[in-house]
Design a binder for this molecule. Structure first.
Ligand code: UDP
Length: 384
């Protein structure tokens, strides 16, 4: 028998929970090897709650960092202090974080300061512009500086890390665990609210729109909403579903411009299973989200990216995503071009998703096991 290793997994937002749920599940399946402790910072509350329910994830330590009065700085400061307390008591063998949020950075820094190795899932994404996306680009660069195990979603991400001086042995290309989550969700019977089905039932052309990035708030978001009005005017058979993020700044702008439009459905943030159903049933996706840029091409849905720069360049290079930024004319013209030209549409829809095959989590667990249990790594490798 081996002495079990303890792994602390820390997350705080919706996308982290989605992308870590399959890894937690895969680690917990190795119950003889690992005891897994899940820490939630509470950075998102309602949206995170939905994810935990969907993936039946139990949290061992619930923090309440959302309440910080001092913005991102307060969140990171409180996060490092509170997560350090948990780690110093638990003394895990590894801290696992994902992505580029204030929660991920706080947990990585707490692990680093406690001298506990940190593993970074979805390491190596880069725009190399600290302002876009803000603060995510800075957060992920900082996490990568202080981690010691790197799980890169693509070979481009691995290359980014190597060119920053990290050693190739520390990096494994696994695919993105978000595609694992999507696979797990689509294996289930997805029940969706009837009003969603009705809304889509009426339309000939269906668009999913999400927009909430900090750098798009203000003028950018106004221009995105105006583009939606233009699209609806020029294409009356189009319907747009817009699950509106809970950030009050997003809500004020979006409801101010698009409320009560017969072709636009402004909904609350969708439960993840509902979002997956929607992705299966739309024709086109407009988004500034990172995760949705990865999920949509897995289901053959072209993506127009509402950002000037993306760290998910693979989709743009492969041809399943196109950067359109926040310019009103460019957004509406790009949508209408795709709807009016079947060949153009098919060219984007047929591109294979470059972000993974849905089995990243088992690769991650295999690498962790090789590192934490060198004594059993040979038989494991022989079986793989
Ligand atoms: N998502 C969801 N419901 C929604 C909108 C998004 O479940 O109403 C999921 C989506 O499928 C993706 C993740 O949330 O997996 C993306 O989250 P977000 O856009 O907040 O973060 P990002 O991926 O940009 O970091």
């Amino acid at each position: 028998m081996f002495k079990k290793k303890k792994i602390s997994v820390v997350f705080g937002t919706r996308p982290e929970a989605i992308k870590l749920a399959p890894v937690i599940r895969a680690l917990r399946a190795e119950a003889d090897l690992y005891s897994v402790e899940v820490v939630s910072t509470g950075q998102h509350d309602v949206m995170l709650e939905q994810m935990l329910r969907f993936f039946k994830l139990e949290v061992d330590h619930q923090l309440n960092l959302m309440d910080s009065q001092f913005g991102l700085g307060g969140l990171v400061g409180d996060g490092v202090r509170e997560i350090s307390k948990i780690l110093s008591r638990a003394q895990p063998d590894l801290v696992l974080v994902q992505g580029d949020t204030a929660s991920a950075f706080s947990a990585a820094l707490a692990g680093f300061l406690e001298r506990i190795p940190v593993a970074h899932v979805e390491a190596g994404l880069r725009t190399n512009d600290l302002a876009q996306p803000f603060p995510e680009e800075g957060m992920r660069q900082l996490v990568d500086r202080i981690s010691s195990m790197y799980f890169a979603a693509t070979s481009q991400n691995r290359q980014n890390l190597i060119s920053e001086g990290l050693s190739a042995e520390q990096i494994t290309v696994t695919g993105n665990t978000g595609i694992d989550a999507l696979r797990i969700a689509l294996e289930q019977e997805l029940e969706v609210p009837s009003r969603l089905k009705e809304f889509f039932g009426r339309a000939e052309r269906r668009i999913l729109l999400t927009a909430h990035r900090r750098e798009n708030l203000g003028d950018g978001l106004v221009s995105i909403c105006q583009a939606v009005l233009d699209i609806c005017r020029q294409s009356p058979e189009t319907s747009v579903l817009f699950p509106v993020h809970l950030n009050p700044e997003v809500r004020n702008t979006v409801y101010g411009i698009l409320d009560d439009h017969s072709q636009v459905f402004l909904s609350e943030p969708l439960e993840y299973g509902h979002l997956c159903w929607v992705l299966q049933n739309v024709d086109l996706v407009l988004t500034d989200s990172g995760g949705i840029q990865e999920e949509a091409p897995s289901l053959g849905k072209p993506v127009l990216v509402l950002r000037e720069k993306t760290e998910r360049q693979e989709g743009v290079e492969a041809g399943c995503a196109k950067l359109v930024g926040c310019q009103r004319e460019l957004i509406s013209q790009s949508v209408l071009d795709l709807f009016n030209c079947e060949k153009l549409y098919q060219e984007m829809a047929e591109v294979r998703n470059p972000y993974g095959d849905g089995y990243a989590s088992s690769r991650i667990v295999e690498v962790i096991t090789r590192k934490l249990f060198p004594e059993i790594s040979e038989p494991l490798r022989a079986n793989s």
